[in-house]
Design a protein around this ligand. Structure first.
Ligand code: UD1
Ligand code: CA
Length: 463
C-alpha cells in the first residue's frame, strides 16, 4: 500500500462569515469545525497530518496542539494553492500521496475518506478529486469532465461562464495527489483569476497538461462534504450535525419527544431510557445517566448527571454533579461546583453554587446555597439564604447531617451548625450552633392592642 500524508487547510479568514474569529474555530454542535476534520483524518492510517494556519494562527495552534499534528504558517494568505505550497518543505522527502482537506467541511467522515483512498488506489490514480452533485451548486467549483470521464479542469463559481454554472457536479475541496507531482504543479500556479489567488483547483488542468489523467471520485452523499462559507451554511451544517447526534442517541435507547428541538453538543452521552422533552440543550462535556427525565426548556452544560434523576421544567445546570435519584427544579439554578447527593431534592427557585448537598437533603423552595457544605437528610426551609459574601471575601456555611432549618433563615458565614440541630424560622444565624441544639435568633413578637378610631401615630412607633 502507498504511504499517505494529509494537509488540512485552515488559514483563511472566512471573509463571508463577517466574523472577528477565524472560520475553522466556529463551533458546530459545540466543537470547532476544524476538530471534526482532524478527527476524520485521524481515522485513517496516515504518515503525518499538517495543518496550514494563518488567520489567528496562534489561537488555532493552541486549540489543536497535538503530537500527531504539524502546523505550517501561511502568511499572507494568497489562496488554497498557495496554502498547500507552504507544506512543500515538510513533504520534501516524502514518497507518497497527500490527502488534501479543508478545515471548513465539518461533516466529513473517516468512511468517506477511506472510500476515496480505495478509489485512488483501485484506479492507480496520481490525482483524484472527490466530487458530488448538488441541486444548488452556487459557490462551489464546478467539475468539467472530458470524453474519458476524467476531470479536465475545475472552474470556480466566480470565474464560470453561464453554461459552466449550470453544471451540478462540484468540487468538494478534497483531493489525493501524488506528493512530488503536487508540488511540481503548485510551482506552476498563476493567480490570473477573479480573486487574484493561487487556486489549488488549477492543479487539475496542470496535471492534464502533463498528460496525467485526473480521476473524479463521485460520492452520492453530498451531505458529508458541505463547506461552510457563511453564517447560513453554518446553521445548515449545525442542523445536520444535530441530526446525526440525535439519531445516534435514539439508536442508543434515548427517547427524544421532539428530536427537532433537542440540541446536543458533540460528545455528550445519555443513558438508555432517559426521556428528553422539547427545547432542551445539553452541551460541553455532559453525561446523563439512565432512566432520567429532562423536562422542557432545560440547559445542562459540562455536568455529570446520575441515573433516575429528574430535571424539571426550566432548570439550568452548569458544571455540576447530580447523583442518582435526585430531583432538580422546576426553575432551579445549579451553578459551578454544585454537588447534589443521592435522592436529594432541589426545588423551585433554588440556586446552588460551590456547595455540596448531602444525600436525602431537601431544599424545596426559594433558597440560595453558596459556598456551603450541607450534610445528609437536612431540611432547608423555604427562603433560606447563606450570606456568603461580606463585600470582599466569600465564606463557608457548614450544616451537618440531619439538621432542620426553618423557613426564612439567614446564615451569616462563616458559620457551622452541628448535626441534628434545629434552627427556628426567621432566624439570622451569626454564631456556630453546637450539635443537637435549637437555635432561634429573631426579635420577640410584640402584640399591641389596636385602639380603633383613636389612633395616634406617635404611639405606634415601636411596633
Ligand atoms: C474551495 C475550492 C472550490 C470548492 C470548495 C469546496 C479553491 C480555489 N476552491 O472554494 O472549488 O468547491 O472549496 O468547499 O480551492 N484557505 C487557506 N489559505 C488561503 C485560502 C483558503 O488555508 O489562502 C483555507 C480556508 O481556511 C478553508 C479552505 O482553505 O478552510 C477553503 O477555502 P475557501 O475560501 O473556503 O474556498 P472556497 O471558496 O469554499
Ligand atoms: Ca469553503
Amino acid at each position: 500500500m502507498r504511504q499517505y500524508g494529509a494537509v488540512v487547510l485552515a488559514a483563511g479568514k472566512g471573509t463571508r462569515m463577517k466574523s472577528n474569529y477565524c472560520k475553522v474555530l466556529h463551533p458546530v454542535a459545540g466543537k470547532p469545525m476544524l476538530g471534526y476534520v482532524l478527527d476524520a483524518a485521524r481515522g485513517l492510517d496516515l504518515d503525518k497530518i499538517c495543518v496550514v494556519v494563518g488567520h489567528q494562527a496562534e489561537e488555532v495552534m493552541r486549540r489543536f496542539e497535538a503530537s500527531d499534528v504539524k502546523f505550517i504558517l501561511q502568511e499572507p494568505q494568497l489562496g488554497t494553492g498557495h496554502a498547500v505550497k507552504q507544506c512543500s518543505g515538510l513533504f520534501e522527502k516524502f514518497d507518497g500521496h497527500i490527502l488534501i482537506l479543508c478545515g471548513d467541511t465539518p461533516l466529513i467522515t473517516t468512511e468517506i475518506l477511506s472510500d476515496l483512498v480505495r478509489f485512488h488506489e483501485d484506479n492507480s490514480s496520481r490525482v483524484t478529486v472527490l466530487t458530488t452533485t448538488l441541486q444548488v451548486p452556487f459557490g462551489y467549483g464546478r467539475i468539467i469532465r472530458d470524453n474519458n470521464d476524467c476531470v479536465s479542469r475545475i472552474v470556480e463559481d466566480r470565474d464560470a461562464s453561464d453554461p459552466e454554472k449550470s453544471i451540478n457536479e462540484i468540487n468538494t475541496g478534497i483531493y489525493i495527489i501524488e506528493s512530488n507531482l503536487l508540488f511540481d504543479l503548485l510551482d506552476k500556479l498563476r493567480a490570473d483569476n477573479a480573486q487574484n489567488e493561487y487556486y489549488l483547483t488549477d492543479v487539475v488542468s496542470g496535471a492534464n497538461k502533463l498528460n496525467v489523467p485526473v480521476c473524479g471520485c463521485h460520492t452520492a452523499d453530498s451531505s458529508v462534504v458541505v463547506g461552510v462559507n457563511s453564517r447560513g451554511d453554518l446553521a445548515d451544517v449545525n442542523a445536520m450535525m444535530w441530526w446525526r447526534l440525535r439519531r445516534q442517541l435514539m439508536s442508543d435507547g434515548v427517547t427524544l419527544l421532539d428530536p427537532n428541538s433537542f440540541y446536543p453538543d458533540f460528545g455528550i452521552t445519555v443513558g438508555p431510557d432517559t426521556v428528553i422533552y422539547p427545547n432542551v440543550m445539553i452541551t460541553g462535556a455532559s453525561s446523563i445517566g439512565e432512566d432520567c427525565v429532562i423536562d422542557p426548556s432545560c440547559l445542562i452544560n459540562d455536568s455529570k448527571i446520575g441515573n433516575r434523576v429528574k430535571i424539571l421544567l426550566g432548570s439550568k445546570l452548569d458544571k455540576v454533579e447530580v447523583e442518582d435519584d435526585a430531583s432538580i427544579g422546576p426553575m432551579a439554578h445549579l451553578r459551578p461546583n454544585a454537588k447534589i447527593g443521592r435522592n436529594a431534592r432541589i426545588g423551585n427557585f433554588v440556586e446552588v453554587k460551590n456547595t455540596i448537598v448531602g444525600a436525602g437533603t431537601k431544599a424545596a423552595h426559594l433558597t440560595y446555597l453558596g459556598d456551603s457544605q450541607i450534610g445528609r437528610d437536612v431540611n432547608i426551609g423555604c427562603g433560606t439564604i447563606t450570606c456568603n459574601y461580606d463585600g470582599e471575601k466569600k465564606h463557608r456555611t457548614i450544616i451537618e447531617d440531619r439538621c432542620f432549618v426553618g423557613s426564612d433563615v439567614q446564615f451569616v458565614a462563616p458559620v457551622r451548625i452541628g448535626s441534628g440541630s434545629v434552627i427556628g424560622a426567621g432566624s439570622t444565624i451569626t454564631k456556630d450552633v453546637p450539635p443537637d441544639s435549637l437555635a432561634v435568633a429573631r426579635s420577640k413578637q410584640k402584640v399591641f392592642p389596636l385602639r380603633l378610631g383613636q389612633g395616634s401615630d406617635s404611639k405606634n412607633e415601636d411596633r
